[in-house]
Design a protein around this ligand. Structure first.
Ligand SMILES: [Zn+2]
Length: 408
């Protein structure tokens, strides 16, 4: 085989000679020997080498068609005559301690965005874990350290992923939607390392979107005193729904007769925005509200608060919020009074939305991504790989085809 083919196909550089080809067990093996004049002492660079025997290393490389290809490479055991250093002349076209070449590694990396790990393992004949480690190494290099310097607006949230892993805390760049931090667990403690990295990056964060729970609030106030806190509109809408549902459940327990009949089975009708309720179900909703005064009060408040973010100016949004809260406090419905109090206590953060227009809306998409990743099992087997997959954005996925381009 010609030297140039060895080089272009398998990345074997000068210094190695082709010896023979072995066709065996459906595989192709190229045996290569190292040229004696090519061996140098790694300590002193001396070329006066005493050979002390040899072994062969079998390295898998890129397949030819569907046939697996191995390079059987001579590895001489040597001793330097000048300084006495003992060493093995390792092939430069393969990483240390593995059974594959740089070329096969690049091949796997290049296809990793388009094929699953199992597919790649089947195609190359490498083990599933080996393929995963190659892909992971690439992701670590490309995405392992998200750039924090440009961060201006963040959103942070916890995501529940099931009984085994429970919670993850995520920080997202609210402007680009990129995940910039993932930590197992929930609450301010998970963010300690993030704050340190953020300080080192000298990012000037202006606003942070989050739910109204005190854990993140306190942590942000302590670590980003200059940033504005924006309470996420979706969490607020969820809170309003929870209060309304709480009221409904109380009524189901207490109700009798006609009242009980009408209030049953309307949960989802109540929680949907009125615009989204199907026309044929409206009479059912109306009947439930007609016979249940406190529920009706709560429902009207919920519908009204939904319009808070559609007010045409900051001043109008502010007065709308205060009116809504006053209505809630006067409603005489316990859950709505609690809600009114809570919203008033968080008013400045709710209204800060007007200026920054950020929310945790992107979390929804990331939630779906997490569930998909966890279904693919490696999420549970390798935490760091799971994190890297979250850092990776489909839109910014780098392909490594340039390294694969033949230049023959
Ligand atoms: Zn030497």
């Amino acid at each position: 085989m010609r030297q140039s083919l060895l080089y272009h196909a398998f990345g074997v550089r000068e210094g190695y000679d082709y010896v023979e080809t072995i066709y065996q067990d459906g595989c192709v093996r190229f045996v290569l020997s190292v040229r004696p004049d090519w061996i140098k002492c790694p300590a002193c660079g001396g070329k006066d080498i005493v050979r002390k025997g040899r072994r062969y290393r079998e390295l898998q490389t890129v397949p030819i068609g569907l046939k697996p290809v191995f390079l059987v490479v001579e590895v001489p055991k040597c001793q330097c005559a000048a300084c006495g250093k003992r060493f093995e002349a390792a092939p430069p076209f393969a990483p240390a301690y593995v059974r594959y070449t740089h070329r096969l590694q690049a091949f796997v990396e290049a296809l990793s965005g388009r094929m699953t790990i199992s597919d790649l393992a089947a195609l190359t004949g490498l083990g599933w874990d080996t393929v995963k480690d190659i892909v992971k190494g690439r992701l670590e290099k490309d995405y392992g350290h998200p750039r924090l310097k440009e961060l201006r607006r963040l959103s942070m949230d916890e995501i529940y992923v099931g009984r085994r892993k429970k919670f993850y805390t995520l920080v997202i760049n609210a402007d680009t939607g990129h995940v910039v931090w993932v930590a197992h667990g929930r609450g301010g403690d998970c963010l300690r390392k993030f704050w340190r990295l953020l300080r080192l990056s000298k990012a000037k964060v202006e606003a942070v979107s989050m739910d109204m729970s005190p854990a993140y609030w306190a942590s942000v106030a302590e670590n980003l005193p200059a940033a504005t806190i924006v309470f996420d509109r979706f969490h607020i809408a969820k809170l309003v729904n929870e209060k309304l549902d709480d009221r409904r459940r109380e009524m189901v327990r207490e109700a009798t007769g006609l009242m009980q009949q009408t209030v049953k089975g309307v949960r989802y009708l109540l929680l949907l925005r009125r615009d989204n309720v199907a026309a044929q179900r409206l009479p059912q909703l109306q009947a439930a509200l007609k016979h249940n005064e406190p529920l009706n009060t709560g429902y009207l408040l919920k519908e009204a608060l939904g319009l808070l973010w559609e007010q045409p100016s900051y001043a109008q949004m502010k007065s709308y919020l205060h009116q809504g809260c006053a209505g809630a406090l006067d409603s005489g419905v316990r859950q709505m009074q609690q809600l009114g109090k809570s919203l008033l206590a968080h008013a400045s953060g709710i209204l800060a939305w007007w200026k920054h227009r950020i929310s945790n809306g992107r979390m929804e998409g990331i939630n779906i991504k997490i569930k998909t990743l966890l279904r693919q099992t490696y999420g549970l087997r390798d935490e760091r790989f799971f994190t890297l997959k979250l850092y990776l954005q489909p839109s910014s996925f780098k392909t490594h085809t340039s390294r694969m381009n033949p230049k023959i």
